[in-house]
Design a protein around this ligand. Structure first.
Ligand SMILES: [Zn+2]
Length: 243
């Protein structure tokens, strides 16, 4: 007899179509979190409360797509039937369009993370806006083949922005996504070190947006540890979907 998790996976596969089988004890994705970009300027720290329930976690990955590591991250997520949001750097998506598309084909949400990954609050306003726009255009061209006007999610490099940039994103059907659970995997420390930090964060925050980096080799080792920990804590994965 099939488990409920497996049945849920099949229901999801029927909609999103990535062809892989989830493990019988897969963590799974419990629901979509719709972000109404017409009304919502941003979510996460600095924005109004999100409406996540106890134990609900949104997984986000920044700075890819990176050929050496992103495929392994995608395989781990696929095995657990977990959907995440990838905030891609425009120039990396441009350089790796097949990989960018593979992220989307895996059922994940794709957002942009600027074109150049410079600290945008230090640039002249025009240049900063241009970097944000080129960022989502490059990512969307790689993923969808065009940069048509569509609901989109944006994360600023280092979370550094200005009110002008937030307005700019909002005017272009976008919402800003921040984080409230950041284990600092960007430091590249051994996965077990980052994992202990992450566990301590989860002790304090029982819901929210976790920030990871799919370009980090140690994050490939960290991710299964995190997903196991989430199972132990009976946490649920929620995926962002802009609309
Ligand atoms: Zn970044």
């Amino acid at each position: 007899m099939r488990s409920i998790a497996a049945l849920l996976s099949i229901a999801w596969l029927a909609g999103a179509a990535p062809a892989y089988a989830c493990g019988a004890d897969a963590l799974n994705t419990s629901r979509e979190f719709k972000v109404a970009t017409k009304d919502v300027r941003g979510i996460g720290q600095g924005y109004p409360a999100m409406g996540l329930a106890h134990g609900e976690i949104i997984l986000t990955f920044d700075d890819g797509p990176m050929p050496g590591t992103t495929p392994a991250i995608l395989d781990i997520l696929a095995k657990e039937c977990v959907r995440a949001t990838f905030f891609m750097i425009g120039k990396r998506a441009e350089a790796n369009p097949a990989l960018a598309k593979r992220v989307r084909d895996g059922g994940h949400t794709v957002g942009s993370h600027s074109y150049s990954h410079r600290e945008l609050n230090g640039l002249p306003a025009d240049e900063a806006r241009d970097d944000v726009q080129r960022g989502y255009e490059a990512v969307e061209k790689a993923v969808y083949g065009n940069a048509a006007d569509r609901p989109r999610l944006v994360r600023f490099p280092e979370f550094k922005s200005t009110p002008d940039l937030v307005s700019f994103v909002h005017q272009h059907h976008g919402a800003v996504v921040n984080t409230n659970i950041s284990p600092a995997d960007w430091r590249g420390q051994p996965a077990n070190v980052t994992f202990e930090r992450l566990r301590a964060l989860l002790d304090r925050q029982d819901r929210g947006i976790i920030l990871l980096h799919d370009k980090q080799p140690e994050t490939v080792k960290l991710l299964p540890m995190l997903l196991d920990e989430m199972k132990k804590r009976k946490m649920k994965v929620v995926v962002l979907v802009p609309e």
